[in-house]
Design a protein around this ligand. Structure first.
Ligand code: AQP
Length: 346
């Protein structure tokens, strides 16, 4: 981290916040870009707060029954991947009302011009922006609230969320400036590892996404060993062997993606992977990658299935997490109201 990012946070305790939308099955992209790193941060002993952001999920239509299931399954995925509800705070966003309340306040701080520059809105709304929900447009201000509500200083995310964390910094700075306070920190996006942007298995130029209509484009945390291996064997690639060096991956998006996935799953660098497999064809590399992916992902799937046998226990964990989150969030929200001039008499 540069001085530029650490200095404004000198008065704030180190605290991590991040979230994932329960808008479908969690994917290998969510695992490598987010979950795996959530666990690493938790195990470094830093205070970690992780959230299934269900208020974000409903910015696009969600079938209520499927959403309920996805929240519980998402929580099971977090725990199966190693998020320990005794060490981290784990909850779903809608159970802590302060998120929506601060979200509104920050809607009034964020500027339309800033929101207009958000590329994810353009990607998700596509040509149909007129028909997109107002919530989808305001999503980044709610995300700023999610982070600032805990005075979080670091936000582990995949590459695609960097712009939203930068917007959070702008919103925090404007609030502090407008009200002449040093109340909100400047959170830093933490984007690390070999797979900060895992791409679709069908198209190496598209992000792997849980809402992609093609199930073959992604590995889900709910996929069993056979399905994982089959999807990797069928991943789109080119006919050339793997290059010896990284620059040989230029213009080969699918090959680069599989090398990055191998690197992230094995804890090696992409250069080390090419050191091992450079010159090999996909007939050799894909089975090796399939074995590796199965060895990492299948145990998570098994544990998720076990946890999903007891949804009441998952609800209990989420409820307890929400209580802990609320205890941090509520005083920060109250202080925000006070700074802004609202009368709080009860
Ligand atoms: N393909 C990816 N590679 C690396 N990181 C990724 N993340 C998501 N996809 C990838 C990271 O996972 C975290 C949670 O993301 P999210 O579910 O809240 O939203 P998203 O980025 O919009 O993810 P999806 O899968 O594309 O969801 P849908 O399809 O519902 O829009 C974030 O840290 C994200 O960077």
């Amino acid at each position: 981290m540069s001085d530029e990012t650490t200095t404004p946070n000198a008065n704030f305790k180190r605290r991590i916040f991040s979230g994932i939308q329960p808008s479908g099955n969690l994917t290998l992209g969510n695992y490598l870009g987010a979950l795996k790193r959530f666990v690493e941060k938790q195990n470094e002993g830093i205070e970690t707060i992780y959230c299934l952001v269900d208020l974000h999920a409903v910015t696009v239509w969600q079938d209520p029954e499927k959403l309920r299931h996805a929240i519980r399954e998402g929580a099971a995925g977090f725990i199966a991947a190693g998020v320990d509800p005794e060490k981290s705070i784990l909850f779903n966003q809608s159970q802590v009302g302060a998120h929506a309340e601060l979200g509104w306040l920050l809607n009034c701080v964020a500027r339309m011009g800033w929101m207009n520059r958000m590329t994810q809105f353009k990607d998700k709304a596509g040509k149909n922006a007129e028909k997109a929900s107002l919530g989808l447009y305001a999503y980044p201000a709610l995300m700023a609230a999610d982070i600032l509500l805990y005075h979080a200083t670091e936000v582990p995310v995949g590459e695609d969320q960097k712009q939203h964390v930068e917007l959070t910094r702008d919103i925090a700075a404007k609030f502090n400036h407008d009200y002449k306070v040093d109340f909100f920190p400047q959170p830093t996006p933490v984007i690390e590892g070999a797979a900060t942007r895992v791409m679709s298995l069908r198209d190496g130029t598209k992000k792997m996404s849980k809402s992609d209509p093609s199930d073959a484009s992604r590995i889900n945390l709910t996929d069993d060993a056979d399905t994982i291996a089959k999807k990797i064997r069928k991943a789109v690639t080119d006919p050339e062997p793997l290059p010896e060096t990284l620059d040989g991956l230029d213009g080969r998006a699918e090959a680069r993606n599989l090398v990055n996935i191998y690197a992230a799953l094995s804890g090696k660098t992409p250069a080390e992977v090419l050191g091992e497999y450079g010159g090999a064809g996909f007939g050799t590399f894909k089975p090796a990658l399939a074995d590796l992916a199965v060895s990492v992902m299948a145990p998570i799937n098994t544990e998720m299935n076990r946890l999903m046998q007891d949804p009441a226990e998952i609800d209990r964990i989420l409820g307890k997490g929400a209580d802990k989150a609320d205890a941090i969030a509520r005083p920060i929200l109250e202080k925000t109201y006070e700074i802004m001039g609202m009368v709080r008499s009860r």
